[in-house]
Write a protein that binds this ligand. Structure first.
Ligand SMILES: Cc1cc2nc3c(=O)[nH]c(=O)nc-3n(C[C@H](O)[C@H](O)[C@H](O)COP(=O)(O)OP(=O)(O)OC[C@H]3O[C@@H](n4cnc5c(N)ncnc54)[C@H](O)[C@@H]3O)c2cc1C
Length: 353
């Protein structure tokens, strides 16, 4: 037997939880499926730009709690151009928020539960049938079960099952992002460091102080040579020369992907949000704020459609500004050489925010 809902959201990351909270708060009966367990960890730098906490507060109705933040809780923004440290510096008047990603996601899923969402862990969507409504097949500790709803939201990340099932024809180029957590010392301020040397990364490389460790990461194209792991080695050597980086212990190494040049809003009553829709900044890897913003647009579209019109159209129109911004950044990443990147950093360092 299939359990009946108004909305099924697949994926309990920021996009999924925020959509579920929005729909449930408006009185919809919502199921949120998360294939991981409570406190699952998503590979992430765990930094939020200046405006993100406010955006999250507006959308989920609560401020990010203290125990989701991590020391140093506020970071400056520091840009390093291809020519290296001598032309680098802090971007003026900019604050980045430092968070513990697993805690942020769990806090949002708990808020979803508080809003009346039926939150299911260890529950993977493995198939979708579309008739008058969506029938989702779920693999969980209870075995195979089914749930049905008029609206389906794919919030299941960059390798979305919902997208693969409903829109298999859409091409989804990805960028690989490799990340290492080190116990290390170096000549660093309490800042998020963005590095723009093309030889290290075609998109961005970063360094983040996180409690008593440093996270290093960078983006690369799949099958690129040198590969992500080799590029991280190159990056460490460069940091040793430029910032006296001295690593003592590798704590963790992870690799995942971000969208790199696709946009898939969905169709009819099926919407894609966050990474599943392709909404991530390829020049900084920032995706959490975009996930939550797209969730808000998807919620509005579902509530506005109210069973009478197609929410995917309303949604696509609403987020076209985000899509345009990401398309421009994609173009920048793919085409701008070190000379252009040098100019970009110079301009950013002169800019007053
Ligand atoms: C290495 C790395 C570092 C990053 N650092 C930052 C950063 O510092 N700041 C930032 O803003 N962004 C960062 N990003 C990007 C950011 O992590 C993503 O943009 C963001 O997580 C997207 O949120 P989402 O909710 O769309 O997807 P996700 O966070 O990926 O959530 C998807 C959820 O769906 C679940 N799921 C998947 N398939 C199924 C299924 N079939 N059934 C049920 N559940 C399923 C997954 O378990 C997951 O919990 C980083 C990305 C990478 C790869």
């Amino acid at each position: 037997m299939s359990k009946q809902y108004n909305v099924i959201v697949v994926g309990g990351g920021p996009a999924g939880s925020a959509t579920a909270i929005g729909c449930a708060s408006a009185g919809k009966k919502v199921l949120l499926l998360e294939k991981g367990q409570r406190n699952r960890n998503k590979p992430c730098g765990g930094v939020l730009p200046l405006v993100a906490p406010e955006t999250i507060d507006d959308i989920v109705g609560e401020s990010i709690p203290k125990d989701v933040r991590i020391e140093p809780t506020e970071l400056g923004l520091y840009y390093v151009p291809p020519s290296g440290r001598k032309n680098s510096g802090r971007v003026k008047n900019y604050t980045i928020h430092n968070i513990e990603r697993a805690s942020l996601d769990q806090w949002l899923r708990d808020l979803a539960g508080d809003a009346g969402v039926d939150v299911k862990y260890n529950s993977q969507c493995i198939d979708i049938q579309k008739d008058n409504e969506f029938k989702v097949k779920i693999d969980s500790s209870e075995g195979i079960t089914h749930a049905s709803a008029q609206y389906l939201v794919g919030a299941d990340g960059v390798r979305s099952t919902v997208r693969k099932h409903l829109f298999p024809e859409i091409e989804t180029p990805l960028m690989i992002v490799g990340q290492e957590h080190w116990k290390a010392t170096g000549d660093f301020e309490d800042c998020f460091y963005g590095f723009f040397k093309r030889e290290i990364s075609i998109s961005y490389a970063y360094l983040i102080p996180k409690a008593d460790s440093l996270i290093l990461g960078l983006g690369a194209e799949p099958h690129q040579s040198p590969n992500v792991s080799q590029l991280l080695g190159k990056f460490r050597n460069w940091l040793e020369r430029e910032f006296s980086f001295s690593p003592t212990q590798l704590l963790k190494k992870e690799t995942w992907s971000i969208p790199f040049g696709y946009f898939a809003p969905g169709e009819g009553n099926a919407l894609l949000v966050g990474d599943a829709a392709g909404l991530c900044n390829p020049l900084s890897g920032e995706g959490i704020r975009l996930a939550v913003e797209s969730a808000e647009a998807a919620t509005t579209a579902i509530l506005t459609a109210n069973g009478e019109s197609e929410p995917a159209r309303i949604y696509a129109k609403d987020i076209h500004g985000l899509v345009d911004m990401i398309s421009e950044l994609n173009e920048f990443v793919r085409t701008v050489d070190d000379e252009g990147r040098e100019r970009f950093v110079k301009d950013e360092l002169l800019r007053r925010i």
